[in-house]
Design a protein around this ligand. Structure first.
Ligand code: 2PG
Ligand code: MG
Length: 421
């Protein structure tokens, strides 16, 4: 039974240069685990709360010194020396100590950093790779690697808002290995950089997740350019490489209408619009096609996408078991975007994953737009049998840390990429 000997924490900076939390967990056996937590920009309203200092004179209020202080003091005092049966036991103690449903008191950033650092320390104590330990937590055997969905173009809150939709992602559908998937994506990315430099006479500026962000005149132009980049890379759209779109529509939904560029659409019109995209472009996954509170229309969207594209819920579900249960009952989605920091502990994210699987949904394990160079997400996606992993683009070290970790796991295990349905 792992006993925590000590916990400490550090305020570090994420990929946007904003503070976040890193925790270090030392077990009585001397094994150490260090982990850091990411942070989103286009957040769902049901997400667990990150604790920020709120001091406008320091990091515009975004400092994490209070969260770090909670790990070093209250959480350490409550947990050190205690005998936990395992991860679920530790995570329950963390949630109980916080005492709020949103984790607002101690901060989901503080709690998750401890939850992850403990998992890493336990894997070290057991002498097994982190992905194996994550698999054991859910009683699974790693059989494949997740298929990457890789950010090509960015808009919305991750870029200058030049287009309302957030991401167009590349899905290397015919790749059999991670290595092949990344090489194909590189070809498309370079073709896209050339294409957009020519079309928009712009230097290829990069958004938060490393995606290209030229001044597209519309969402359609963004998707059409992605399909064209696949062709120019010498690959077949829809066969070799398909597309996924994170519409992130919560963030342009106002008073019951979707403000998609010059258009103001009601929900049925928005659904019609999305289905038209499927007719025109090789799209296999639509994330947050409708807003997080538009529950009434999600089942209609889901039925219209059936057999053609995943109805992937991010803001809608917030990795929250209660919201996932509601969506399963309402037939409102066919896939879960799993972001551990949306719910705040590993165990609750595991419950979300298990629930999604029980409904035969796909699971896309996802990074956040503000990331660190920590690579635990790659291990999680393998251990929890993610169908897809979404990490951002193939630039910037906070993204590459995860892809490089996947390459290392591939080399170590020889596991194949999961089949696209
Ligand atoms: C999303 C994520 C990752 P953020 O919307 O899916 O791309 O963005 O971390 O800003 O919520
Ligand atoms: Mg999203």
């Amino acid at each position: 039974m792992p006993v925590i000997q000590n916990l400490c924490a550090l305020e570090i900076l994420d990929s946007r240069g904003r503070p976040t939390v890193q925790a270090e967990c030392t077990l009585a056996t001397g094994h150490v685990g260090i982990a850091s937590v990411p942070s989103g920009a286009s957040t769902g309203s049901a997400e667990a709360i990150e604790l920020r200092d709120g001091d406008p004179a320091r990091y515009r209020g975004l400092g994490c010194q209070r969260a770090v202080g909670h790990v070093r003091n209250e959480i350490r005092r409550a947990l050190a020396g205690r005998n936990f049966v395992g991860q679920a036991d530790l995570d329950r103690a963390l949630a109980d100590l916080d005492g709020t449903t949103s984790k607002a008191r101690l901060g989901a950033n503080a709690l998750l950093a401890v939850s992850l650092a403990y998992a890493r320390a336990c894997a070290a104590q057991l002498g097994i790779p982190l992905y194996q330990h994550f698999a054991d937590l859910l009683g699974q055997t790693p059989r494949s690697l997740p298929r990457p969905t890789i950010n090509l173009f960015s808009g919305g809150k991750h870029a200058g808002g030049q287009v309302p939709i957030q991401d167009v992602l590349v899905v290397p559908a015919s790749a059999r290995t991670m290595d092949e998937a990344l090489a194909m994506t590189f070809a498309v990315y370079q073709a896209a950089a050339d294409l957009t430099a020519r079309n928009y006479s712009a230097r290829p500026l990069r958004a938060d997740e490393g995606g290209l962000a030229p001044p597209f005149p519309s969402a359609e132009a963004m998707i059409a350019d992605a399909a064209e980049a696949i062709r120019r890379a010498g690959l077949r759209p829809g066969h070799d490489v398909a597309l996924a779109v994170d519409v992130a529509s919560t963030h342009f939904y106002q008073n019951g209408r979707y403000l998609l560029g010059p258009e103001s659409l009601d929900s049925p019109e928005m659904i019609h619009h999305l289905v038209q995209w499927l007719d025109l472009y090789p799209i296999v996954s639509i994330e947050d096609g409708l807003a997080e509170e538009d529950w009434e229309h999600w089942p209609i969207l889901c039925a219209r996408l059936a057999g053609r594209a995943l109805a992937l819920g991010d803001d809608l579900l917030c990795t929250n078991p209660a919201r996932i249960r509601r969506a399963i009952d309402a037939k409102a989605a066919t896939a879960l975007l799993l972001k551990v920091n949306q719910v705040g502990t590993l165990t609750e994210a595991g419950e979300a994953c298990r629930l999604a699987r029980s409904a035969a949904w796909h699971v896309t394990v996802s990074a956040r737009s503000g990331e660190t160079e920590d690579s635990w997400l790659a291990d999680l996606a393998v251990g929890w049998a993610g169908n897809q992993i979404k990490v951002g683009s193939i630039t910037q070290s906070e993204r590459l840390a995860k892809y490089n970790r996947l390459l290392a796991i591939e080399a170590e295990t020889g596991l194949p990429l999961v089949q696209w349905p």
